[in-house]
Ligand binder design. Sequence first.
Ligand SMILES: C[S@@+](CC[C@H](N)C(=O)[O-])C[C@H]1O[C@@H](n2cnc3c(N)ncnc32)[C@H](O)[C@@H]1O
Length: 325
Amino acid sequence: MTPAFEHIPVLYEETLRALNPLPGQVFLDMTLGGGGHTEGLLKATAPEGRVLATDRDARAIRAASERLAEFEARLEVRQVCFAEAAHWIEPGSCDGVLMDLGISSPQVDHAERGFSFIKDGPLDMRMSQGEGMSAADVVNQWGEEELVRVFRQLGEEPRSGRVAQAIVRQRVVSSFETTLQLARCVEGALGGRAGKHHPATRVFQALRMVVNDELGQLEKGLVSAWKVLRCGGKLATITFHSLEARMVKRFAQFWGADYEAGDAADTPALRRPRRPVMRWYPRKSIKASRQEVLRNPRARSAQLRVMEKIEDLPEGREWAWRGDS
Ligand SMILES: C[S@@+](CC[C@H](N)C(=O)[O-])C[C@H]1O[C@@H](n2cnc3c(N)ncnc32)[C@H](O)[C@@H]1O
C-alpha cells in the first residue's frame, strides 16, 4: 500500500496573514508539497482567483493534485524546479509568491526516498526522483577532500574530516547503498548521540543539499519569484536552516538598500544612491509560536520572511546581489 502523503503546513496562519490573499487574486506557490498553503490561498482567493503551484517532486504533484481536486478549475500545477518556475508565468502577473523551503514530511518519512537516518532505505535523497546524482553516488565516488568541504560548508559539521575519512575507509570494503549503513558509519566516527540530535543529522543535511543543489536553486528561485511578482506584490519565504536564511537575507538586504556599495569594503563615501527595489514586510523574521512547535516539532527552526516588490530587478544586474558580478 502507498503510504499517505501528509504534511502539516508550517506557519500557516502567519504566512496567509502576511501574503494577504484577496478574492480574485493570483498566487504562485513554488513549493506545493502536500498542498496545505496552496489550499489556504485557493480558499482566500475564491471565487475567481487562481493559484499556480509548482514542485520538483512528482509524488507531491500527484498527491496534492488529488487532494485539491475540488479546486481544479482555479489551480494549475506543474512539475518544475525553482530555476524554471518563471518560464511559463507572465512577468509581473502574480499578487504573491510563496517559497516554503526544504523537504516535506513524506519525503523524510517514506524510507524509500532515502532521506532518513532513522528508517532504512536506499541512499537516494533526490527530490525529483531519478534525476541527477543520488546521495550514494556522492559518498561512493567523491574524493575525501570534497566530502570534507560539503559536510563543513553545507552541514556546518565541525568534525567533517573525521566523517569523510571514515566514509572513504568504509567504502573500500563495501560501497554505501542504504541510509542506515551511512548513519552507522557517521555514528561510529563521531560517537553516539550527544544532546537531542542524531550524530548523522548534519551529514545528511549536507548530502541532501548537495544532491538537490538547494542553495543554487534558491538563488535562482528568488530571482524567478521577483520576475513573476507584480509591483506591490509580496514574496514570502520560509527557511529552516541558517544557510537558506542567509541567502534570503542577502537578497533582501542588497535590493532593499537605497544605495549600492562602491567597493568591496562598502566605504560610506563611495556609496552610489539608488532607489530600493524591495521593502521588508515586516523587517524581522516571524517564528512559530510555542503551541505550534509543540504540535509540530518541524516548525521549531522555521523563519518566515516577507518582502514587498517595489520594482523589477535592474536588467542585466539580476545577480549583482551574489557579490560575484
Ligand atoms: C516544506 S515542503 C512544502 C510544503 C507545503 N507548503 C505544504 O503546505 O504542504 C517543500 C516542497 O518544496 C519542494 N522543493 C524543494 N526545493 C525545490 C526546488 N528547487 N524546486 C521545486 N520544488 C522544490 C519539495 O519537493 C517539497 O515538496
